[in-house]
Design a protein around this ligand. Structure first.
Ligand code: BG6
Length: 546
Protein backbone atom coordinates (compact mmCIF):
# COMPACT_ATOMS: atom_id res chain seq x y z
CA UNK A 1 0.00 0.00 0.00
CA UNK A 2 1.06 3.57 -0.58
CA UNK A 3 1.25 5.83 2.41
CA UNK A 4 -1.90 7.73 3.26
CA UNK A 5 -0.76 11.19 2.29
CA UNK A 6 0.04 9.94 -1.21
CA UNK A 7 -3.29 8.13 -1.41
CA UNK A 8 -5.07 11.41 -0.70
CA UNK A 9 -3.51 13.26 -3.63
CA UNK A 10 -5.77 13.70 -6.66
CA UNK A 11 -5.50 11.55 -9.77
CA UNK A 12 -5.15 13.40 -13.04
CA UNK A 13 -7.16 11.44 -15.60
CA UNK A 14 -5.86 11.81 -19.14
CA UNK A 15 -8.45 9.57 -20.80
CA UNK A 16 -9.43 11.27 -24.00
CA UNK A 17 -13.12 10.73 -24.68
CA UNK A 18 -12.54 11.32 -28.36
CA UNK A 19 -10.47 8.11 -28.33
CA UNK A 20 -12.95 5.42 -27.33
CA UNK A 21 -13.34 2.02 -29.01
CA UNK A 22 -15.91 2.40 -31.77
CA UNK A 23 -18.38 -0.15 -33.08
CA UNK A 24 -16.89 -2.17 -35.90
CA UNK A 25 -16.76 -5.49 -37.64
CA UNK A 26 -13.60 -7.01 -36.17
CA UNK A 27 -12.26 -9.52 -38.68
CA UNK A 28 -9.56 -11.90 -37.48
CA UNK A 29 -7.61 -13.49 -40.31
CA UNK A 30 -6.01 -16.66 -39.01
CA UNK A 31 -8.83 -17.03 -36.48
CA UNK A 32 -7.98 -20.65 -35.70
CA UNK A 33 -4.25 -20.00 -35.23
CA UNK A 34 -2.13 -19.81 -32.11
CA UNK A 35 -1.97 -16.04 -31.77
CA UNK A 36 -5.73 -15.65 -32.09
CA UNK A 37 -6.22 -18.49 -29.61
CA UNK A 38 -3.79 -17.27 -26.95
CA UNK A 39 -3.98 -13.52 -27.26
CA UNK A 40 -6.60 -11.96 -29.48
CA UNK A 41 -9.82 -13.70 -28.44
CA UNK A 42 -8.92 -13.73 -24.72
CA UNK A 43 -8.12 -9.99 -24.93
CA UNK A 44 -11.41 -9.30 -26.73
CA UNK A 45 -13.25 -11.28 -24.08
CA UNK A 46 -11.50 -9.41 -21.25
CA UNK A 47 -12.37 -6.08 -22.86
CA UNK A 48 -15.96 -7.26 -23.22
CA UNK A 49 -16.12 -8.40 -19.59
CA UNK A 50 -14.75 -5.03 -18.51
CA UNK A 51 -17.51 -3.26 -20.45
CA UNK A 52 -14.92 -1.74 -22.79
CA UNK A 53 -16.27 -3.00 -26.09
CA UNK A 54 -19.05 -1.21 -27.93
CA UNK A 55 -22.28 -3.21 -27.84
CA UNK A 56 -22.49 -3.36 -31.64
CA UNK A 57 -19.09 -4.98 -32.19
CA UNK A 58 -19.29 -8.01 -34.48
CA UNK A 59 -16.35 -10.44 -34.54
CA UNK A 60 -15.71 -12.49 -37.66
CA UNK A 61 -13.20 -15.31 -37.72
CA UNK A 62 -11.77 -15.72 -41.22
CA UNK A 63 -9.83 -18.95 -41.71
CA UNK A 64 -9.53 -22.15 -43.68
CA UNK A 65 -10.84 -24.79 -41.30
CA UNK A 66 -14.30 -26.06 -42.12
CA UNK A 67 -15.97 -24.67 -39.00
CA UNK A 68 -19.55 -23.68 -38.43
CA UNK A 69 -20.30 -20.60 -36.30
CA UNK A 70 -21.04 -23.01 -33.49
CA UNK A 71 -17.75 -24.91 -33.75
CA UNK A 72 -15.89 -21.62 -33.94
CA UNK A 73 -17.61 -20.31 -30.83
CA UNK A 74 -16.65 -23.47 -28.96
CA UNK A 75 -13.07 -23.02 -30.04
CA UNK A 76 -13.00 -19.39 -28.91
CA UNK A 77 -14.66 -20.38 -25.67
CA UNK A 78 -11.82 -22.83 -24.96
CA UNK A 79 -9.26 -20.07 -25.69
CA UNK A 80 -10.95 -17.63 -23.36
CA UNK A 81 -11.37 -20.20 -20.59
CA UNK A 82 -7.67 -20.93 -20.73
CA UNK A 83 -6.13 -17.54 -21.41
CA UNK A 84 -8.53 -14.73 -20.51
CA UNK A 85 -7.53 -12.68 -17.51
CA UNK A 86 -11.10 -12.37 -16.22
CA UNK A 87 -11.31 -14.88 -13.42
CA UNK A 88 -15.08 -14.66 -13.68
CA UNK A 89 -15.67 -16.68 -16.80
CA UNK A 90 -19.43 -16.92 -16.34
CA UNK A 91 -21.76 -18.80 -18.73
CA UNK A 92 -23.97 -15.74 -18.87
CA UNK A 93 -21.22 -13.37 -19.96
CA UNK A 94 -19.98 -15.98 -22.38
CA UNK A 95 -23.41 -16.28 -23.95
CA UNK A 96 -23.58 -12.56 -24.62
CA UNK A 97 -20.04 -12.55 -26.04
CA UNK A 98 -20.65 -15.62 -28.21
CA UNK A 99 -23.60 -13.91 -29.91
CA UNK A 100 -21.13 -11.60 -31.58
CA UNK A 101 -18.94 -14.32 -33.04
CA UNK A 102 -19.26 -15.49 -36.63
CA UNK A 103 -17.12 -17.64 -38.84
CA UNK A 104 -16.26 -17.15 -42.48
CA UNK A 105 -14.56 -20.17 -44.00
CA UNK A 106 -12.24 -19.29 -46.85
CA UNK A 107 -8.77 -19.82 -48.17
CA UNK A 108 -6.74 -16.71 -47.56
CA UNK A 109 -6.10 -16.19 -51.25
CA UNK A 110 -9.63 -16.88 -52.51
CA UNK A 111 -11.24 -13.64 -53.77
CA UNK A 112 -14.66 -15.16 -53.22
CA UNK A 113 -14.08 -15.22 -49.43
CA UNK A 114 -13.41 -11.49 -49.48
CA UNK A 115 -16.47 -10.80 -51.58
CA UNK A 116 -18.54 -12.68 -49.02
CA UNK A 117 -16.89 -10.67 -46.28
CA UNK A 118 -17.80 -7.43 -48.06
CA UNK A 119 -21.37 -8.66 -48.47
CA UNK A 120 -21.51 -9.59 -44.80
CA UNK A 121 -20.25 -6.15 -43.84
CA UNK A 122 -22.77 -4.48 -46.10
CA UNK A 123 -25.52 -6.32 -44.25
CA UNK A 124 -26.26 -8.68 -47.12
CA UNK A 125 -25.79 -11.77 -45.02
CA UNK A 126 -28.81 -13.03 -43.18
CA UNK A 127 -26.90 -15.01 -40.60
CA UNK A 128 -24.85 -12.11 -39.35
CA UNK A 129 -27.68 -9.66 -39.68
CA UNK A 130 -29.83 -11.69 -37.37
CA UNK A 131 -26.87 -11.97 -35.01
CA UNK A 132 -26.09 -9.74 -32.07
CA UNK A 133 -29.55 -8.90 -30.85
CA UNK A 134 -30.65 -7.78 -34.31
CA UNK A 135 -28.39 -4.73 -34.03
CA UNK A 136 -27.26 -3.23 -37.34
CA UNK A 137 -23.86 -4.14 -38.72
CA UNK A 138 -21.42 -1.32 -37.86
CA UNK A 139 -20.09 0.52 -40.90
CA UNK A 140 -16.48 0.38 -39.64
CA UNK A 141 -14.10 -2.54 -39.99
CA UNK A 142 -10.87 -3.61 -38.40
CA UNK A 143 -8.92 -6.31 -40.23
CA UNK A 144 -6.53 -8.12 -37.92
CA UNK A 145 -3.79 -10.09 -39.68
CA UNK A 146 -3.02 -12.87 -37.19
CA UNK A 147 -1.41 -14.95 -39.92
CA UNK A 148 2.11 -15.77 -41.08
CA UNK A 149 3.97 -12.81 -42.60
CA UNK A 150 3.85 -14.29 -46.10
CA UNK A 151 0.08 -13.59 -46.11
CA UNK A 152 0.17 -9.93 -44.98
CA UNK A 153 0.51 -8.46 -48.46
CA UNK A 154 -1.83 -10.97 -50.07
CA UNK A 155 -4.68 -10.31 -47.64
CA UNK A 156 -4.28 -6.55 -47.98
CA UNK A 157 -4.51 -6.88 -51.75
CA UNK A 158 -7.53 -9.15 -51.62
CA UNK A 159 -9.26 -6.69 -49.27
CA UNK A 160 -8.52 -3.92 -51.70
CA UNK A 161 -9.88 -5.94 -54.63
CA UNK A 162 -13.08 -6.50 -52.64
CA UNK A 163 -13.45 -2.75 -52.24
CA UNK A 164 -12.47 -2.81 -48.58
CA UNK A 165 -9.18 -0.92 -48.74
CA UNK A 166 -8.64 2.77 -48.01
CA UNK A 167 -5.65 3.70 -50.15
CA UNK A 168 -6.34 6.32 -52.72
CA UNK A 169 -8.01 4.85 -55.76
CA UNK A 170 -9.38 1.82 -53.92
CA UNK A 171 -12.98 3.00 -54.25
CA UNK A 172 -12.70 1.80 -57.83
CA UNK A 173 -11.66 -1.64 -56.60
CA UNK A 174 -13.26 -4.73 -58.04
CA UNK A 175 -15.52 -5.21 -55.04
CA UNK A 176 -18.69 -4.93 -57.01
CA UNK A 177 -21.84 -3.77 -55.38
CA UNK A 178 -21.27 -5.35 -52.01
CA UNK A 179 -17.84 -3.79 -51.73
CA UNK A 180 -19.05 -0.37 -52.78
CA UNK A 181 -21.84 -0.44 -50.28
CA UNK A 182 -19.51 -1.54 -47.52
CA UNK A 183 -17.25 1.48 -48.02
CA UNK A 184 -18.87 3.82 -45.54
CA UNK A 185 -17.14 4.13 -42.15
CA UNK A 186 -13.48 3.60 -41.37
CA UNK A 187 -11.29 0.59 -42.24
CA UNK A 188 -8.12 -0.30 -40.37
CA UNK A 189 -5.52 -2.96 -40.95
CA UNK A 190 -3.68 -4.37 -37.93
CA UNK A 191 -0.44 -6.12 -38.84
CA UNK A 192 1.43 -8.48 -36.55
CA UNK A 193 5.15 -9.11 -36.51
CA UNK A 194 7.50 -10.06 -38.05
CA UNK A 195 7.36 -6.97 -40.22
CA UNK A 196 9.85 -7.95 -42.90
CA UNK A 197 12.98 -10.01 -42.71
CA UNK A 198 15.25 -7.07 -43.49
CA UNK A 199 14.95 -3.47 -44.61
CA UNK A 200 14.24 -4.33 -48.25
CA UNK A 201 11.44 -6.82 -47.51
CA UNK A 202 9.93 -4.46 -44.91
CA UNK A 203 9.90 -1.67 -47.49
CA UNK A 204 8.33 -3.95 -50.10
CA UNK A 205 5.67 -4.95 -47.57
CA UNK A 206 5.02 -1.31 -46.75
CA UNK A 207 4.56 -0.57 -50.45
CA UNK A 208 2.07 -3.41 -50.81
CA UNK A 209 0.13 -2.48 -47.68
CA UNK A 210 0.09 1.19 -48.61
CA UNK A 211 -1.19 0.19 -52.05
CA UNK A 212 -4.31 -1.10 -50.30
CA UNK A 213 -4.60 1.03 -47.14
CA UNK A 214 -3.66 4.60 -46.32
CA UNK A 215 -0.71 4.75 -43.88
CA UNK A 216 -2.93 6.31 -41.22
CA UNK A 217 -5.07 3.16 -41.34
CA UNK A 218 -2.18 0.71 -40.94
CA UNK A 219 -1.53 -0.34 -37.34
CA UNK A 220 1.74 -2.28 -36.95
CA UNK A 221 1.87 -4.16 -33.68
CA UNK A 222 4.77 -4.27 -31.29
CA UNK A 223 3.16 -5.85 -28.27
CA UNK A 224 5.81 -4.37 -25.95
CA UNK A 225 4.26 -0.96 -26.50
CA UNK A 226 1.00 -2.29 -25.07
CA UNK A 227 2.64 -3.18 -21.76
CA UNK A 228 1.69 -0.82 -18.93
CA UNK A 229 5.24 -0.62 -17.69
CA UNK A 230 6.51 0.38 -21.12
CA UNK A 231 3.92 3.13 -21.38
CA UNK A 232 4.99 4.24 -17.92
CA UNK A 233 8.40 5.18 -19.33
CA UNK A 234 6.99 8.38 -20.78
CA UNK A 235 5.04 9.13 -17.61
CA UNK A 236 8.07 8.55 -15.44
CA UNK A 237 10.29 10.76 -17.57
CA UNK A 238 7.95 13.60 -18.39
CA UNK A 239 5.49 13.73 -15.48
CA UNK A 240 8.29 14.19 -12.94
CA UNK A 241 10.70 17.03 -12.48
CA UNK A 242 13.44 15.02 -10.78
CA UNK A 243 14.47 12.72 -13.61
CA UNK A 244 14.59 14.85 -16.73
CA UNK A 245 17.33 17.27 -15.60
CA UNK A 246 19.72 14.34 -15.10
CA UNK A 247 18.55 12.38 -18.14
CA UNK A 248 21.55 13.11 -20.34
CA UNK A 249 25.21 12.39 -20.99
CA UNK A 250 26.35 14.68 -18.15
CA UNK A 251 24.79 12.41 -15.56
CA UNK A 252 24.15 9.07 -17.23
CA UNK A 253 27.09 6.77 -17.75
CA UNK A 254 25.36 3.89 -19.51
CA UNK A 255 21.97 2.41 -20.34
CA UNK A 256 21.30 -1.34 -20.42
CA UNK A 257 18.13 -2.69 -21.97
CA UNK A 258 17.67 -6.41 -21.41
CA UNK A 259 15.01 -8.94 -22.27
CA UNK A 260 15.78 -12.49 -21.17
CA UNK A 261 13.62 -15.58 -21.29
CA UNK A 262 13.76 -19.02 -19.71
CA UNK A 263 11.95 -20.74 -22.55
CA UNK A 264 13.73 -22.01 -25.62
CA UNK A 265 12.23 -21.59 -29.05
CA UNK A 266 9.54 -24.22 -28.50
CA UNK A 267 7.70 -25.18 -31.66
CA UNK A 268 8.60 -22.02 -33.56
CA UNK A 269 11.73 -23.42 -35.19
CA UNK A 270 10.46 -22.87 -38.72
CA UNK A 271 10.22 -19.15 -38.18
CA UNK A 272 13.01 -18.70 -35.67
CA UNK A 273 15.84 -20.36 -37.55
CA UNK A 274 15.50 -17.77 -40.31
CA UNK A 275 15.08 -14.93 -37.87
CA UNK A 276 17.31 -15.27 -34.78
CA UNK A 277 17.30 -13.20 -31.62
CA UNK A 278 18.30 -9.91 -33.24
CA UNK A 279 15.49 -9.90 -35.77
CA UNK A 280 12.97 -11.48 -33.41
CA UNK A 281 13.51 -9.17 -30.42
CA UNK A 282 16.02 -6.40 -31.07
CA UNK A 283 14.66 -4.86 -34.26
CA UNK A 284 11.33 -4.28 -32.56
CA UNK A 285 10.94 -4.63 -28.78
CA UNK A 286 14.41 -3.58 -27.65
CA UNK A 287 14.74 -0.77 -30.15
CA UNK A 288 11.33 0.54 -29.10
CA UNK A 289 12.35 0.47 -25.44
CA UNK A 290 15.48 2.39 -26.38
CA UNK A 291 13.46 5.01 -28.25
CA UNK A 292 11.12 5.61 -25.32
CA UNK A 293 14.05 5.79 -22.92
CA UNK A 294 16.08 8.27 -24.92
CA UNK A 295 13.66 10.36 -26.99
CA UNK A 296 13.19 14.09 -26.48
CA UNK A 297 9.95 15.30 -24.91
CA UNK A 298 7.32 15.34 -27.69
CA UNK A 299 5.57 18.60 -28.53
CA UNK A 300 2.31 17.03 -27.39
CA UNK A 301 0.88 13.64 -26.52
CA UNK A 302 -0.67 13.14 -29.93
CA UNK A 303 0.44 10.00 -31.79
CA UNK A 304 2.44 11.73 -34.50
CA UNK A 305 4.44 13.92 -32.11
CA UNK A 306 5.49 10.87 -30.11
CA UNK A 307 6.33 8.84 -33.18
CA UNK A 308 8.28 11.75 -34.68
CA UNK A 309 10.51 11.83 -31.60
CA UNK A 310 11.11 8.09 -31.76
CA UNK A 311 12.13 8.38 -35.40
CA UNK A 312 14.63 11.11 -34.46
CA UNK A 313 16.28 8.68 -32.04
CA UNK A 314 16.46 5.98 -34.72
CA UNK A 315 17.96 8.42 -37.19
CA UNK A 316 20.65 9.38 -34.71
CA UNK A 317 21.98 5.83 -34.24
CA UNK A 318 25.56 5.91 -35.36
CA UNK A 319 26.27 3.94 -38.56
CA UNK A 320 29.03 1.39 -38.06
CA UNK A 321 31.33 -0.40 -40.47
CA UNK A 322 31.02 -4.22 -40.38
CA UNK A 323 34.09 -4.79 -38.20
CA UNK A 324 32.85 -2.14 -35.76
CA UNK A 325 29.47 -3.88 -35.59
CA UNK A 326 31.22 -7.13 -34.75
CA UNK A 327 33.22 -5.47 -32.00
CA UNK A 328 30.07 -4.02 -30.49
CA UNK A 329 27.89 -7.10 -30.82
CA UNK A 330 27.88 -10.64 -29.48
CA UNK A 331 25.88 -13.61 -30.65
CA UNK A 332 25.29 -16.90 -28.90
CA UNK A 333 23.32 -20.11 -29.20
CA UNK A 334 22.15 -22.45 -26.48
CA UNK A 335 23.34 -26.02 -26.28
CA UNK A 336 21.93 -28.78 -24.12
CA UNK A 337 21.46 -27.76 -20.53
CA UNK A 338 18.85 -27.25 -17.88
CA UNK A 339 15.22 -26.38 -18.60
CA UNK A 340 15.04 -24.62 -15.25
CA UNK A 341 12.46 -27.11 -13.95
CA UNK A 342 14.77 -29.90 -12.97
CA UNK A 343 14.85 -31.39 -16.46
CA UNK A 344 17.05 -31.14 -19.51
CA UNK A 345 16.58 -28.81 -22.46
CA UNK A 346 17.95 -30.06 -25.75
CA UNK A 347 20.37 -27.97 -27.77
CA UNK A 348 18.97 -25.39 -30.14
CA UNK A 349 20.33 -27.38 -33.07
CA UNK A 350 18.27 -30.36 -31.94
CA UNK A 351 14.99 -28.45 -31.66
CA UNK A 352 12.38 -29.27 -34.30
CA UNK A 353 12.72 -27.60 -37.71
CA UNK A 354 16.24 -26.32 -36.96
CA UNK A 355 19.06 -26.94 -39.40
CA UNK A 356 21.58 -29.26 -37.74
CA UNK A 357 24.48 -26.89 -38.39
CA UNK A 358 22.47 -23.74 -37.79
CA UNK A 359 24.42 -20.69 -36.67
CA UNK A 360 21.27 -18.72 -35.85
CA UNK A 361 21.72 -16.78 -32.63
CA UNK A 362 19.43 -17.30 -29.63
CA UNK A 363 21.36 -14.64 -27.72
CA UNK A 364 22.30 -11.25 -29.11
CA UNK A 365 23.72 -8.10 -27.67
CA UNK A 366 24.66 -4.84 -29.30
CA UNK A 367 26.22 -1.72 -27.85
CA UNK A 368 24.97 1.38 -29.62
CA UNK A 369 25.57 5.06 -29.35
CA UNK A 370 23.33 7.91 -30.39
CA UNK A 371 24.83 10.77 -32.34
CA UNK A 372 22.69 13.37 -30.67
CA UNK A 373 23.20 16.20 -28.23
CA UNK A 374 21.62 14.57 -25.22
CA UNK A 375 23.23 11.13 -25.32
CA UNK A 376 26.39 11.48 -27.37
CA UNK A 377 29.00 9.06 -26.02
CA UNK A 378 26.65 7.15 -23.70
CA UNK A 379 26.81 3.40 -24.43
CA UNK A 380 23.40 1.83 -24.78
CA UNK A 381 23.47 -1.94 -24.65
CA UNK A 382 20.59 -3.99 -25.99
CA UNK A 383 20.71 -7.65 -25.05
CA UNK A 384 18.30 -10.53 -25.32
CA UNK A 385 18.38 -14.29 -25.12
CA UNK A 386 16.37 -17.45 -24.83
CA UNK A 387 16.88 -20.42 -22.51
CA UNK A 388 18.56 -18.49 -19.72
CA UNK A 389 18.12 -19.02 -15.99
CA UNK A 390 15.78 -16.03 -15.55
CA UNK A 391 12.92 -14.38 -17.39
CA UNK A 392 12.80 -10.61 -17.12
CA UNK A 393 12.70 -7.42 -19.15
CA UNK A 394 14.19 -4.25 -17.76
CA UNK A 395 15.94 -0.97 -18.45
CA UNK A 396 18.78 0.08 -16.20
CA UNK A 397 19.98 3.68 -16.22
CA UNK A 398 23.42 3.84 -14.63
CA UNK A 399 24.35 7.28 -13.35
CA UNK A 400 27.82 8.66 -13.00
CA UNK A 401 29.53 8.47 -9.61
CA UNK A 402 29.67 11.56 -7.44
CA UNK A 403 32.82 13.70 -7.87
CA UNK A 404 35.97 12.28 -6.32
CA UNK A 405 35.73 14.26 -3.10
CA UNK A 406 34.43 13.26 0.32
CA UNK A 407 32.90 9.78 0.10
CA UNK A 408 33.87 9.01 -3.49
CA UNK A 409 37.45 10.07 -2.74
CA UNK A 410 37.62 7.56 0.09
CA UNK A 411 35.64 4.69 -1.43
CA UNK A 412 36.62 4.84 -5.09
CA UNK A 413 34.96 2.02 -7.00
CA UNK A 414 33.42 0.70 -3.81
CA UNK A 415 30.95 3.55 -3.87
CA UNK A 416 28.12 2.11 -5.94
CA UNK A 417 26.81 4.34 -8.70
CA UNK A 418 23.14 5.29 -8.57
CA UNK A 419 20.98 3.11 -10.75
CA UNK A 420 17.41 3.51 -11.85
CA UNK A 421 15.88 0.20 -12.88
CA UNK A 422 12.63 0.23 -14.79
CA UNK A 423 11.29 -3.25 -14.46
CA UNK A 424 9.03 -4.12 -17.37
CA UNK A 425 8.25 -7.66 -16.18
CA UNK A 426 7.88 -9.55 -13.91
CA UNK A 427 7.73 -7.62 -10.57
CA UNK A 428 6.69 -4.58 -12.59
CA UNK A 429 7.97 -1.43 -10.98
CA UNK A 430 10.77 1.09 -10.56
CA UNK A 431 13.82 0.80 -8.32
CA UNK A 432 16.33 3.48 -7.42
CA UNK A 433 19.63 2.36 -5.95
CA UNK A 434 21.30 4.91 -3.73
CA UNK A 435 23.93 4.97 -1.01
CA UNK A 436 23.02 5.23 2.67
CA UNK A 437 24.82 5.23 5.94
CA UNK A 438 25.13 1.93 7.78
CA UNK A 439 23.54 2.59 11.20
CA UNK A 440 26.07 2.72 14.02
CA UNK A 441 29.05 2.74 11.67
CA UNK A 442 30.90 5.23 9.54
CA UNK A 443 30.18 3.14 6.48
CA UNK A 444 28.20 3.34 3.27
CA UNK A 445 25.97 0.65 1.87
CA UNK A 446 23.87 0.61 -1.30
CA UNK A 447 20.14 0.70 -0.54
CA UNK A 448 17.01 0.75 -2.65
CA UNK A 449 13.86 2.81 -3.07
CA UNK A 450 11.28 0.55 -4.59
CA UNK A 451 7.96 1.12 -6.28
CA UNK A 452 5.98 -1.94 -7.26
CA UNK A 453 2.88 -1.81 -9.43
CA UNK A 454 1.36 -4.36 -7.11
CA UNK A 455 1.14 -1.61 -4.49
CA UNK A 456 -1.33 0.27 -6.65
CA UNK A 457 -3.09 -2.26 -8.87
CA UNK A 458 -4.35 -5.81 -8.47
CA UNK A 459 -3.67 -6.57 -12.09
CA UNK A 460 -2.08 -5.02 -15.13
CA UNK A 461 -4.12 -5.27 -18.32
CA UNK A 462 -2.68 -7.52 -21.00
CA UNK A 463 -0.81 -5.68 -23.74
CA UNK A 464 -3.24 -6.97 -26.36
CA UNK A 465 -6.24 -5.52 -24.56
CA UNK A 466 -4.74 -2.09 -24.72
CA UNK A 467 -3.64 -2.42 -28.33
CA UNK A 468 -6.97 -3.77 -29.56
CA UNK A 469 -8.90 -1.07 -27.71
CA UNK A 470 -6.59 1.61 -29.16
CA UNK A 471 -6.92 0.27 -32.69
CA UNK A 472 -10.72 0.33 -32.34
CA UNK A 473 -10.45 3.88 -31.02
CA UNK A 474 -8.17 5.05 -33.82
CA UNK A 475 -5.30 5.91 -31.47
CA UNK A 476 -2.11 4.90 -33.24
CA UNK A 477 0.36 6.09 -30.57
CA UNK A 478 1.32 2.56 -29.57
CA UNK A 479 1.74 1.26 -33.11
CA UNK A 480 4.78 1.42 -35.35
CA UNK A 481 4.84 3.88 -38.21
CA UNK A 482 6.40 2.78 -41.52
CA UNK A 483 9.45 5.01 -41.09
CA UNK A 484 10.13 3.69 -37.56
CA UNK A 485 10.28 0.17 -38.89
CA UNK A 486 12.49 1.27 -41.75
CA UNK A 487 15.07 3.03 -39.56
CA UNK A 488 15.12 0.15 -37.08
CA UNK A 489 15.87 -2.22 -39.95
CA UNK A 490 18.70 -0.01 -41.10
CA UNK A 491 20.59 -0.81 -37.89
CA UNK A 492 19.71 -4.48 -37.95
CA UNK A 493 20.65 -4.87 -41.59
CA UNK A 494 24.14 -3.59 -40.78
CA UNK A 495 24.49 -6.06 -37.93
CA UNK A 496 23.08 -9.02 -39.84
CA UNK A 497 25.31 -8.31 -42.81
CA UNK A 498 28.37 -8.20 -40.57
CA UNK A 499 27.40 -11.48 -38.89
CA UNK A 500 26.62 -13.18 -42.21
CA UNK A 501 30.11 -12.36 -43.46
CA UNK A 502 31.84 -13.33 -40.20
CA UNK A 503 33.21 -16.77 -39.41
CA UNK A 504 31.01 -18.35 -36.71
CA UNK A 505 34.15 -20.01 -35.34
CA UNK A 506 35.97 -16.71 -34.95
CA UNK A 507 36.43 -15.13 -31.55
CA UNK A 508 33.32 -13.41 -30.17
CA UNK A 509 34.58 -9.92 -30.92
CA UNK A 510 35.00 -10.93 -34.54
CA UNK A 511 31.48 -12.26 -34.83
CA UNK A 512 32.03 -15.83 -33.57
CA UNK A 513 29.09 -17.70 -32.12
CA UNK A 514 29.22 -18.21 -28.35
CA UNK A 515 27.70 -21.44 -27.11
CA UNK A 516 26.02 -21.36 -23.73
CA UNK A 517 24.25 -24.16 -21.92
CA UNK A 518 20.48 -23.80 -21.63
CA UNK A 519 19.69 -22.49 -18.17
CA UNK A 520 22.90 -20.39 -18.02
CA UNK A 521 22.95 -17.34 -15.74
CA UNK A 522 22.06 -14.09 -17.47
CA UNK A 523 25.32 -12.37 -18.45
CA UNK A 524 25.86 -9.34 -16.28
CA UNK A 525 27.66 -7.07 -18.69
CA UNK A 526 25.86 -8.41 -21.73
CA UNK A 527 29.00 -8.59 -23.80
CA UNK A 528 31.81 -10.84 -22.71
CA UNK A 529 31.55 -14.58 -23.27
CA UNK A 530 33.65 -17.17 -21.52
CA UNK A 531 36.86 -17.86 -23.39
CA UNK A 532 37.24 -20.75 -25.75
CA UNK A 533 33.78 -20.95 -27.28
CA UNK A 534 33.64 -21.89 -30.94
CA UNK A 535 31.21 -23.48 -33.39
CA UNK A 536 32.83 -26.86 -32.86
CA UNK A 537 32.10 -26.70 -29.16
CA UNK A 538 28.36 -27.19 -29.54
CA UNK A 539 28.09 -30.19 -27.29
CA UNK A 540 30.50 -29.32 -24.50
CA UNK A 541 30.12 -25.60 -24.56
CA UNK A 542 31.14 -23.11 -21.89
CA UNK A 543 28.61 -20.64 -20.53
CA UNK A 544 28.24 -17.04 -21.49
CA UNK A 545 30.11 -15.43 -18.65
CA UNK A 546 27.90 -14.56 -15.71
C1 BG6 B 1 7.78 -12.08 -29.34
C2 BG6 B 1 8.91 -12.94 -29.85
O1 BG6 B 1 7.65 -10.93 -30.13
O2 BG6 B 1 8.03 -11.70 -27.99
C3 BG6 B 1 9.08 -14.16 -28.96
O3 BG6 B 1 8.63 -13.35 -31.17
C4 BG6 B 1 9.23 -13.76 -27.52
O4 BG6 B 1 10.21 -14.91 -29.38
C5 BG6 B 1 8.13 -12.79 -27.09
O5 BG6 B 1 9.20 -14.92 -26.73
C6 BG6 B 1 8.41 -12.23 -25.71
O6 BG6 B 1 7.30 -11.50 -25.28
P1 BG6 B 1 7.05 -11.26 -23.72
O7 BG6 B 1 5.86 -10.37 -23.68
O8 BG6 B 1 6.80 -12.62 -23.12
O9 BG6 B 1 8.30 -10.65 -23.17
Amino acid sequence: MLNESVERLPICNLEDKSFAPEPAVFVVFGATGDLAHRKIFPALYDLFEGGLLPAELVIVGFARRPYTDEAFRNDVRASCAEFARSGSFSPNAWQRFAERLFYLRSDLDDPEGYRRLAAMMAGNDGAVNAGPGGRPIPPNALFYLAVGPSYFGLIAERLKEAGLGTAEGTAEGAGGEAGQEARAGWRRLVVEKPYGHDGASARALTDTLQGAFAEKDIYRIDHYLGKETVQNLLYLRFANAVFEPVWNRNHIEAIDISVYETDGIGERGGYYDDAGAARDMMQNHLVQLMCLTTMEPPASLDPESIRDEKVKVLRSIAAYAPEEFLRRARRGQYVQGSDGKGGTRRAYREESKIRPESTTETYASLRLELDNWRFSGVPITLSTGKAFAEKFSQIVIRFRRPPAALFAARCGDMLAANELTIRIQPDEGVLLRFNAKVPGMAAIKPSELRFSYRQVADYLPEAYERLIADALAGDSTLFIRADESEYAWRVLDGLEKAWAAADPEASPEHGGLIFYPAGAAVPTDGLEPAAGAGAGAASAAPAVEA
